[in-house]
Design a protein around this ligand. Structure first.
Ligand code: F6P
Length: 318
């Protein structure tokens, strides 16, 4: 029987708990012995690695955060600590590792692999959605829904006053959360690090809109832009002539019950990870590609019976 371990590393995401649950259940199904590494790579160094059982994952599918804890480990960036980590895995005869994490966690994993040739599979997990090669990282949908809820609530109060609200999203250096939230919450202004902007370009338009009866503005700005949210709010006051408020959404974006999408993605990511490792796909990050839109003839659509997704059927019948 082979031993397999899982680590949640870096910023936690909603979806890690459903992933842990699937990990334990699918490992047993595949005749593997599952282990949890607690507190990210820190636990790997400190030998905080324990066998996992069904009872560890009971009642967690609906919970944000991660039951195993997570950490940003500075020590793991140093070779000497990675050597200790490998020793700890060897002592427990753990030969396969699944890592849920973002960019920093994968960089650490890469070094670990280069030195110790451990079999691993990385699952992109960060609300920032900033991992190259995958269209989706676990946790993004829940974060977007938390932001949607926040902006919808702020809109209620914004529309009661004549005010501008500057709402700052997370995302590190990536504007994904802000951009998608802008598109789905109908805000008036979106500022992200990837697109250079000049606030002056909006001045005339916004003033005209106020003249035509607009009562409030919502601006969604990413944390990674060059200016502080307070500066944007000041611009609204001084140049547009409207009272303003700043809301930095902060860590509430990382919490909340995982959405259906994140629960299902967790299930699929873990299944692919374990299947891959069993088939000797030993040094990979699982990337998810969205297929995009297609134009189809109406004839083909109305004359073809609908079929439930094959992949889903496969999961239930295995
Ligand atoms: O996990 C990603 C992220 O939430 C970024 O969006 C944000 O910049 C950062 O983590 C915050 O990190 P911490 O939780 O360590 O303050």
């Amino acid at each position: 029987k082979q031993n397999i371990a899982i680590i949640c590393s870096g910023g936690d995401v909603s979806g890690m708990n459903p992933a842990l649950k699937r990990f334990v259940e699918y490992s047993f199904e595949q005749n593997l012995t599952p282990y949890f590494v607690y507190d990210g790579y820190e636990g790997l160094i400190d030998n905080n690695i324990k066998k996992a059982d069904y009872c560890d994952v009971a009642g967690i599918i609906n919970r944000g955060g991660t039951k195993t804890g997570s950490a940003r480990s500075k020590r793991f960036m140093q070779k000497e600590y990675r050597t200790i980590a490998k020793q700890n895995l060897d002592n427990l005869h753990v030969t396969m590792l699944i890592v849920l994490g973002g960019d920093g966690s994968f960089k650490g994993l890469h070094e670990f692999y280069k030195e110790h040739k451990i079999k691993f599979c990385g699952i992109p997990s960060t609300i920032d959605n900033d991992i190259s090669g995958t269209d989706y990282c676990l946790g993004v949908d829940t974060a977007l829904n938390m932001i949607k809820f926040s902006i919808d609530s702020i809109r209620d109060t914004a529309s009661s006053f004549k005010r501008a609200f500057v709402i700052e999203t997370m995302g590190n250096k990536c504007g994904y959360l802000a951009l998608v939230s802008h598109l789905t919450s109908g805000s008036e202004l979106c500022l992200i690090p990837e697109i250079p902007y000049n606030l002056n370009d909006y001045e005339e338009k916004f003033k005209r809109e106020i003249k035509n009866g607009r009562r409030y503005f919502i601006a969604v700005v990413a944390e990674g832009i060059k200016q502080d949210s307070a500066e944007i709010a000041k611009w609204f006051e001084e140049k547009i002539g409207i009272e303003s408020r700043v809301n930095i959404l902060g860590h509430l974006q990382r919490g909340g019950n995982p959405t259906v999408k994140d629960r299902l993605m967790a299930y699929k990511f873990i299944t692919y990870a374990i299947d891959g490792l069993m088939k000797n796909k030993n040094e990979s990050i699982i990337c998810y590609m969205e297929s995009g839109f297609e134009y189809k003839e109406i004839d083909a659509v109305v004359n073809t019976p609908y079929q439930l997704n094959h992949e889903l059927i496969k999961y239930i019948s295995s």
